[in-house]
Design a binder for this molecule. Structure first.
Ligand code: CA
Ligand code: CA
Length: 177
């Protein structure tokens, strides 16, 4: 595995291990989904919030099916590195739906565009420092000041699958490496 992918997966692992006990488990995924949903506490977001939680649960089940060889419901860092590489080979079906749900959740007025504040709120809830989330948004969105679903999906796919230095903004999706 390339060094940059390894660094990015390490970063993902540290974010996903919400309770910091050194392994990823279902409780971490539930805690993260709840934290993201709590960042947008209005009634209108309930249905979208449920879709986001469902997408997190699907992601967890895909990861567990790939990584958890001994079936104890916990994925340590080495298991995660191997599994996420495999899961990334099926980005469109196994990982993409989570980012799509996250985008629609962040897009409060459903106009198909996410602004800087909306993006930063969700990414900060995932555990990335808010000022860094804003900076990453600026790099990804460019002068338009808004992010489309397609732009986010490209960035997410490059985060999981790509090591091209030209895609530096995508590599920083979850904070500096
Ligand atoms: Ca944990
Ligand atoms: Ca919007």
């Amino acid at each position: 595995m390339g060094e940059l992918l390894d660094q990015k997966y390490e970063r993902l692992f540290s974010l996903l291990d919400v309770n910091g006990d050194g392994a990823i488990a279902e409780d971490d995924f539930v805690a993260m989904a709840d934290r993201v949903r709590a960042s947008f506490g209005d009634e209108r977001s309930l249905a979208k919030g449920q879709r986001y939680s469902d997408a997190m649960a699907d992601y967890w089940h895909a990861l567990r099916a790939t990584a958890d060889a001994d079936g104890n419901g916990r994925i340590d860092k080495d298991e995660f590195r191997r599994a996420v590489r495999h899961v990334s080979d099926n980005f469109d079906t196994l990982i993409g739906p989570l980012y799509s749900a996250g985008f629609h959740f962040a897009d409060r007025d459903d106009d198909g565009l996410v602004d800087r504040g909306e993006f930063a709120a969700v990414v900060a809830a995932v555990g990335v420092p808010a000022d860094h989330a804003g900076h990453t948004f600026d790099l990804l969105s460019g002068p338009s000041g808004t992010l489309t679903l397609e732009q986010l999906m490209t960035a997410a796919a490059q985060y999981y699958c790509d090591e091209d230095p030209a895609n530096g903004a995508s590599h920083q999706l979850f904070g500096p490496l």
